[in-house]
Design a protein around this ligand. Structure first.
Ligand SMILES: NC(=O)c1ccc[n+]([C@@H]2O[C@H](COP(=O)([O-])OP(=O)(O)OC[C@H]3O[C@@H](n4cnc5c(N)ncnc54)[C@H](O)[C@@H]3O)[C@@H](O)[C@H]2O)c1
Length: 259
C-alpha cells in the first residue's frame, strides 16, 4: 500500500535532534525521502547514518540557515541525492529569552537571524523549484509564542509572531501556484531545548514541575506527537489547508490560567 508521504522529497532544517529529528523519522516511515540540515555536524552525521542503516532514503549536510549561500549549496546537494525537493520544513530555531531592556543587539540579531531570516533563506531557496514543479508545501515550525507572550522571554516570541506573518504572506502569494505554506505551533515539547530552559533556573526540578502544572493534561508533548501533525500537514490529506496555523499544545494556550 502506498504510504502517506510517497513521492515527497523533503528538506528539514534543524533535523539532527529534537522535533526536527522526530519529524524526519515520522516522514521516512511514511515513505518520504528526506534531506536533513543542521549546524551540528557530528549529530547530523550519526542520525543520517542511523536512518540509512534502517533502509530509509535519507541524506544530509551541515549548514547554518543564516547563511543563504550555504543553504543554496545544501539544496543543490539535496537535489543530487534525493531528487527535486517538493517540500520544506523550517524547523531550526533557538530560544533567546531575556528581559527586554537587558537584550543586547547581538542577542536580538541572533534571535531574528535564526528564527525568522533563516526560515526565509530556506523558503527563498526552494520556492523557485516548487513553482517550477507546479506546487509544493512549506511548513514552518512556529510555537504558541507566535500568538501569546510569556514575560521575560523577549525577543523570541516577536520572531515567532513574525514567522506566522511570513507563513500567511507566502501562503497568499503562492496559493495560485499550488504551494501551501502553513505553520505548526507546539506548546512545550520534551526536547533538549526545554531541558536547557529548565536547567537555566536555580532549581531545575521545580521549574520542570511548574511547566507540567501549567498544562491541562499535566504533561508536555513528545516530539513524536508534533511529528504526527507535521505528517498530516505535509501530506496531500489537507489540500485546502493554506496560510494557517495548527496549534498542538494539549490545550495550553486556550486556558485563561491553570485551575
Ligand atoms: N521544544 C519546545 O518546547 C518547542 C516548543 C515550540 C516550538 N519549538 C520550535 O521547534 C523547533 C525545534 O525545537 P527543538 O526543541 O527540537 O530544538 P532543539 O534545540 O532540540 O533542536 C534544534 C536543532 O536545530 C539546530 N539549529 C539551531 N540553529 C541552527 C541554524 N542556525 N542552522 C542549522 N541548524 C540549527 C540545532 O543544532 C539543533 O539540532 C524550533 O523552531 C523551536 O522554536 C520548540
Amino acid at each position: 500500500m502506498v504510504k502517506r508521504l510517497h513521492n515527497k522529497r523533503i528538506l528539514i532544517t534543524g533535523a539532527a535532534q529534537g522535533i526536527g529529528l522526530a519529524i524526519a523519522k515520522a516522514f521516512v516511515r511514511e515513505e518520504a525521502s528526506v534531506f536533513l540540515i543542521d549546524r551540528d555536524e557530528t549529530l547530523l552525521h550519526s542520525e543520517v547514518t542511523a536512518l540509512r542503516r534502517e533502509g530509509y532514503v535519507a541524506s544530509g549536510q551541515m549548514a547554518d540557515i543564516i547563511d543563504a549561500k550555504t543553504i543554496a549549496a545544501a539544496l543543490s546537494q539535496a537535489e543530487t541525492e534525493i531528487g527535486r525537493i517538493n517540500a520544506l520544513v523550517n524547523n531550526a530555531g533557538v530560544n533567546v529569552f531575556a528581559e527586554p531592556l537587558e537584550t543586547s543587539d547581538e542577542e536580538w540579531n541572533r534571535c531574528f537571524d535564526i528564527n525568522l531570516k533563516g526560515a526565509w533563506n530556506c523558503s527563498k531557496a526552494v520556492l523557485p523549484g516548487l513553482i517550477d514543479q507546479g506546487g509544493g508545501v512549506i511548513l514552518n515550525i512556529a510555537s504558541t509564542h507566535a500568538f501569546t507572550i510569556i514575560p521575560h522571554t523577549f525577543p523570541y516570541p516577536l520572531a515567532k509572531h513574525a514567522l506566522l506573518g511570513m507563513t500567511k504572506s507566502l501562503g497568499l502569494e503562492y496559493a495560485a501556484r499550488n504551494i501551501r505554506v502553513n505553520a505548526l505551533a507546539p506548546g512545550y515539547v520534551a526536547t533538549q531545548k526545554v531541558i536547557d530552559y529548565w536547567n537555566s533556573f536555580p532549581d531545575p526540578d521545580a521549574a520542570k514541575a511548574e511547566t507540567m502544572k501549567l498544562h491541562p493534561g499535566g504533561r508536555i508533548a513528545t516530539p513524536e506527537e508534533i511529528a504526527m501533525a507535521a505528517v498530516f500537514m505535509i501530506s496531500d490529506e489537507c489540500p485546502f489547508m493554506n496560510a494557517t496555523c495548527l496549534t498542538v499544545d494539549g490545550g495550553l494556550s486556550v486556558q485563561q490560567h491553570p485551575a
